[in-house]
Structures are given as C-alpha cells and as structure tokens.
Ligand binder design. Structure first.
Ligand SMILES: [Zn+2]
Length: 467
C-alpha cells in the first residue's frame, strides 16, 4: 500500500484510490519566462517517479502538468528582450521539452497552457463573482475575497499565522483584505498581449489558471496535487480556495511538495543569481547521472547541490552499469528467494513516501551481489538478478541503456542525441499506451534508421546502438 505524506494534514496517509484504479494527478508546471534550472529538474523528475510507479503498479494514471505562458515575469522579460510574449514563451517551452526529455521525464497526459484556456478561466471568474467570492476592485481588476472563504489558510496553516504576526503586507486600497489576490488583471496601456473579457482587456491571474485548467480536465477530484515547496503559499492556498468556491464538491486527496535545492548553504533562486540551468548541467554531465543525483535525496528534504555529490552519483551509476556488462538479458530468467527479498525491499522503499535514496541503495546492493555471484561463476543467478536490477531501475527511469553503450559513450553521447532518443522512445511508449500501433511502429523505424535498436519488456523499453 502506498503511503504518502500529505502536506495538508501533515500526516502519512494511504493513497486513496477511486473506482477502476484510476489515479488523477495535477502538478504545477513551469512559468516559461526563463530556462529551467535544477530545482525544476528535481520537482519534475520526482513526479515522473510517482507517475512511473503508479503505472507500474497497475493504476491508470491521468497526469496533468500545466504551463504558465502569461504572467508579469514573462511580460517583463519580453520587454527586456524586445521579443513578443508568445515568442518568448514558445522558445522557453521548446528548451524545457529538450531538458526534460534528456532527463527522461515522461510527458504528462495533458499539458494545458494558460493562453489556450482563457474562456474557461473567464467562466470560472464569472462564477466566483456570482457567488460573491470575488469583487471588482477600484482599479478595475477582479479580486478574490479571502474573507468570503472561511477555510482560507488551512492548507498552509503555519505560514498564514506567521504572515499575520510577522510580515507586514503592504496595504492596497484596491483590496478589501491585504491577502486578496487578483483573478483578472487589466492590461496596462502599452501591453501587447491581452484578451477581451467582461471586465475589459486583460489577462488572468496566476492562481486561477491552475484552478480552471485542473478542474476542466480532472473535474472535481484530484488524487495527487503536487508542486515545489515554494508553491504551497500563496499559490496552492489560493488555488484550493478558488476551486472550492467554484465547485463545493471539489477535493484534493493528497498534497505533495518537493523541497528546495541548496547551493553553498543558500537557497537556489534566480533572484540570488545562483540558479543552475539544466541545459548547462546537461552539457557537462550525463543526463542519467543527473537523474540519479536528483533521486539521491528524499523529495521532502533539501537537496544540497555540489559538483562532488554529482560526481559521486555519476560514479555509482557507472558501478551499477559495470555489473550489468556482458549479460544476455534474453536468456531464460526465473526467480529466486534472493530476488524476491530485494524486490520487496525496493517496493517497501517506494511505498514509504517514495523513498528514492533507499530505493537507489537497494539497486546498489543488487549490483554488488551480482558481482559476487559472477566471481563464483553462478551465471543462472547473475541473469536473474541482472534482470531484476534492470526492471527496478526502469521504475526510477534509469538503466534503460545498453551497459556497453553507456560505459563507452558516456563521455561522447551528446545532450542533443540523448534528448532526441528519449523523446522518440517516450512518444512511442505513449502511442503504445494509447494502442496506436501504426504510430508506434513508425517511431521504431525512425529510431532504427538512427541506429537505435529497442527491446520491449512488459514494464519498460530498453535501447542500444546498432553494432
Ligand atoms: Zn499551479
């Protein structure tokens, strides 16, 4: 049974499953005003593990991850760059897709963009106005009234208390309460990107887009709602308030938040100028080693970045691949007691609030055991454990490459080659999930022409370069 720490109740809870084993998951995606950094890598690799594990366990997952492609930061950056807002956001989305494919992050089932859902958002704001949860402020913006929602603050309870006691919020004459937030923001004179609305030309606030996009696709039940820790307040608090006021039946069963990345004892952030971009990191390290590193700390603990830790992950991954060399994975492989024990420990680790560092240590133990069995010429058990190692690794989105290829080409495989191959394999996996066999075969042919041979297993697709 999957035990998840719920940020709302601050307790471990068993994953509540709806009928038919369908799990819905909404993760707040990126605001595309700049390139993705390692903090994005951490959050989205983590939720990729959640999605892979749920599917491995036989659940039907509906995974939605939005894209915020209009907001103040995007407008400000587009003016700085002298670039149209949509050109900027499209450029950033394209780079994000390359980074995420290189990291082998599986595409969500839906990736709604705020600018493509303006009608739905306007409709929801109309409902909030009608139910008196919103008002039009003196400057014409539409605001959410937190006083109209008695449960405001429940999700991020401690933070609200701190806010009320410690931090002074600048008073605004446009607001009834200083914590009220904008639902529809009227455009300034020179702004080039706006939409018509009953309140005038403008654009939606950041929080309402997530309420509208999540509920328009997943309706009134989100089993897992995720995002980075920094989104808990005010973003998720506001989102929950809006969604509950639009639809009384709306429920989020589990809130999950990933912790921050720390560099040299400081929180990594763009404003501090210490953000580490994925595209830069991916040209210096193998993408799989970065993925291994991101999983080496539990998602609810801060991740301390330093080159030494990344190099250590790289070394450990090589060690595992080394133990998988010269093994015929197609050889008949049965099961053994030892195999079952490792498997149970691995699943226990993931079922215990997705303890990925513990899951990785079990992979290392299996690898170590394979080396011992190899020295004892126990080939039968070597093959059994090697197959298990690849199967469990695939749940973490690693060990999908041919060991020889990995070890020989780790230094020469470019970031562009890797993201291209992962991207095509993912598109093929998606086509196979949707039973679009013609499309899947077509992608296999494209990969073959690139010299990539696929090996399909029930749980994952492995690949190697043609000799
Ligand atoms: Zn969001």
């Amino acid at each position: 049974m999957l035990n998840i720490f719920n940020s709302f109740t601050q307790k471990y809870e068993i994953l509540k499953i709806s009928l038919n084993k369908i799990v819905t998951m909404y993760v707040c995606g990126t605001t595309v005003y700049d390139f993705c950094h390692i903090g994005h890598g951490r959050t989205f690799v983590f939720f990729d593990i959640v999605s892979r594990y749920l599917r491995y366990c036989g659940y039907t997952l509906q995974y939605v991850r939005n894209i915020t492609d209009i907001d103040d930061k995007i407008i400000y950056r587009s003016i700085q760059n002298n670039e149209h807002v949509l050109d900027l956001s499209n450029r950033m989305i394209s780079q994000m897709n390359k980074d995420f494919s290189a990291l082998n992050i599986i595409f969500p089932d839906s990736e709604p963009r705020a600018t493509e859902n303006i009608d739905i958002i306007i409709n929801d704001i109309l409902k909030l106005l009608e139910n008196k949860h919103a008002y039009i402020s003196s400057n014409g913006d539409v605001m959410f009234s937190i006083d109209s929602y008695p449960n405001y603050g429940m999700l991020s309870n401690q933070l609200i208390k701190k806010l009320k006691v410690g931090v002074r919020i600048p008073k605004s004459f446009n607001k009834h309460n200083s914590l009220d937030f904008v639902l529809w923001k009227l455009s300034k004179k020179d702004e080039v990107c706006f939409w018509d609305s009953p309140w005038g030309k403008g654009r939606p606030g950041w929080h309402i887009e997530c309420s509208s996009m999540s509920t328009s696709i997943l309706k009134d039940r989100i089993d897992i709602h995720g995002g980075g820790r920094d989104l808990l307040f005010p973003h998720h608090e506001n989102e929950l308030a809006q969604s509950n006021c639009i639809n009384k039946n709306f429920v989020v069963n589990h809130w999950m938040h990933t912790e921050l990345v720390i560099i040299k004892n400081k929180k990594m952030s763009k404003s501090l100028g210490n953000a580490l971009l994925l595209k830069d990191l991916l040209t210096r390290y193998d993408s799989e080693s970065i993925r291994f590193f991101l999983l080496s700390t539990h998602y609810r603990h801060p991740l301390y970045f330093c080159e030494e830790n990344l190099k250590k992950s790289d070394m450990l991954l090589k060690k595992i691949y080394l133990s998988l060399r010269n093994i015929d994975f197609n050889m008949f492989s049965s099961t053994s007691t030892e195999n079952s024990v490792f498997k149970i420990h691995f699943h226990n680790a993931l079922e215990n609030d997705f303890n990925t560092p513990s899951a990785l240590s079990i992979l290392l133990n299996i690898s170590h055991r394979i080396n011992i069995l190899r020295s004892q010429h126990d080939n039968g058990n070597v093959v059994i454990l090697a197959n298990l190692l690849r199967e469990l690794g695939s749940i973490l989105g690693i060990l999908l490459r041919d060991p020889e290829n990995f070890l020989q080409e780790i230094a020469t495989f470019s970031y562009h080659e890797i993201n291209n191959i992962n991207d095509l394999i993912q598109k093929r996996d998606y086509a196979r999930r949707k039973k679009c066999w013609v499309k899947a075969d077509e992608i296999r042919r494209v990969l073959l022409n690139m010299g990539i041979i696929l090996e399909d297993k029930k749980y994952a697709t492995f690949w190697r370069k043609k000799k």
